[in-house]
Design a protein around this ligand. Structure first.
Ligand SMILES: [Zn+2]
Length: 421
């Protein structure tokens, strides 16, 4: 009789897994739920990884529930950073981008530190756009397996780009030229397990503020169509207006960085519902670290500052026209943890704090096709909840500054707790 040992083994397994569902009741002084509602003296009941209910006052607490008292704080939905580079790791010693090459497995392990800083900044979901050697795919899967800590990840794998002079540092990306190669590149990226496609539609990045369009309209259209045919979405990077115009006309789902957008392109973005991640703060971060970390050439800081001004002007124009915004930090290296500073720029261009918060909750959730499970503290949604010091609807720095992030829950598990001491 061979069945008995097997049965015994199964019974042991069953006994070691939690029999009863884990229930948590969390009290907040105030809760901004992400759907436009604000609760005073809120009680959020979390069952396993999901929010079960949200109420105010003294609702009945399920027996056996763990009660967490965060009534000193304001609760907000876990934040979504829609443009990151989690595998761009800085060891604090070398100059970023000139480190010795690292084995992909090492890159994955090191990226955990960036992922942890994201959690500490209240970021519970990221869309990561470009990583070498499948390291983003690996990190995403390890986090989903519970083997590593970090935000939930939607990843592009390696970006697709055109042939360019391979001056050091060697560009990361899949090099494709012409419509056929672009289609093959898109299929290869998605076949490898990527959730999104990232296309480099112009030059520009780091201290490089050039804005030359790279892919043609036909190539962008081919990439968009090949991506959509496989049921996925695409983000096109363009620092300049020409690449942006063609990216929008080609039907990109999101446009990254672009400055100097013309009125027609902005109107087209409104018509199509194209998401826009202007990534303003990353250049401010480069300015702050230009000498101490990056050792940029003289004059770079001034050029970055001028670019920020154009970036801000373009974003203001797009916001007034009704373009859909998403918070994208473009976080790299020691910029991790500063992810939500982008929201302060959004307030500067005219958003209310509530509108700014939406660009890191409801808007990117909808872009990711996760509007029923991310971006709100509401029944049925993932229990991604952040407790902040202050009132983000009065002052956005309550969520944008990492020192105000006191406690973070991701999918029902407490991943950051700075409420004591
Ligand atoms: Zn980027």
């Amino acid at each position: 009789m061979r069945i008995a040992p097997l049965l015994a083994a199964l019974l042991v397994l069953a006994a070691s897994s939690p029999a009863a569902a884990a229930t948590t009741a969390i009290r907040f002084g105030k809760l901004v739920d992400g759907t436009g509602r604000v609760f005073t003296n809120a009680v959020v009941i979390v069952q396993d990884d999901r929010v079960q209910s949200v109420a105010t006052g003294n609702p009945p607490i399920p027996s056996g529930a763990e009660v967490i008292d965060l009534s000193r704080y304001t609760g907000v939905p876990g934040l979504i950073d829609a443009h990151t580079h989690v595998t761009y790791y800085w060891d604090g010693v070398t100059t970023p981008r000139s480190e010795p090459p690292r084995h992909p497995a090492i890159a994955v392990v090191l990226a955990q530190e960036n992922a942890q800083r994201a959690l500490e900044a209240g970021i519970t979901t990221i869309r990561n756009l470009n990583a070498a050697d499948g390291t983003d795919l690996a990190l995403r899967d390890l986090i989903n397996m519970g083997k590593m800590a970090g935000p939930r990840m939607f990843v592009s794998g390696t970006a697709i780009r055109i042939t360019r002079s391979p001056g050091p540092p060697a560009p990361v990306g899949l090099v494709v030229d012409g419509v056929d190669a672009v289609i093959r590149g898109v299929r290869q990226v998605l076949g490898s397990g990527a959730d999104w496609v990232k296309m480099q539609g112009s030059t520009g990045g780091f201290d490089d503020l050039t804005q030359f369009q790279t892919f043609t309209f036909e190539e962008m259209k081919a990439a968009v169509d090949a991506t959509h045919a496989l049921g996925k979405k695409i983000a096109i990077h363009s620092y300049g207006p020409a690449g942006a115009r063609d990216a929008v006309r080609a039907g990109t789902d999101s446009l990254e960085h672009a400055t100097d957008l013309d009125d027609e392109t902005i109107a087209e973005m409104v018509r199509r519902g194209t998401y826009y991640a202007p990534t303003i703060d990353h250049n401010q971060y480069y300015i702050e670290n230009a000498d101490s970390v990056y050792r940029f050439a003289p004059g770079t800081k001034e050029r970055l500052a001028a670019f920020i001004q154009r970036n801000v002007d373009t974003a203001r124009k797009a916001f007034r026209a009704g373009v859909r915004f998403i918070m994208g930090s473009d976080a790299v290296y020691n910029g991790w943890g500063l992810n939500a500073r982008e929201l302060e720029w959004f307030v500067k261009i005219g958003m209310t704090p509530e509108q700014a918060l939406k660009t890191a909750t409801a808007e990117p959730a909808a872009m990711l096709g996760m509007e029923k499970s991310l971006g709100a503290v509401a029944p049925g949604f993932f229990a991604d909840i952040v407790a902040v010091q202050g009132d983000p609807l009065a002052d956005i720095t309550a969520v944008s500054r990492r020192e105000n992030i006191r406690w973070v829950m991701k999918a029902g598990r407490v991943v950051v707790d700075k409420t004591k001491g």
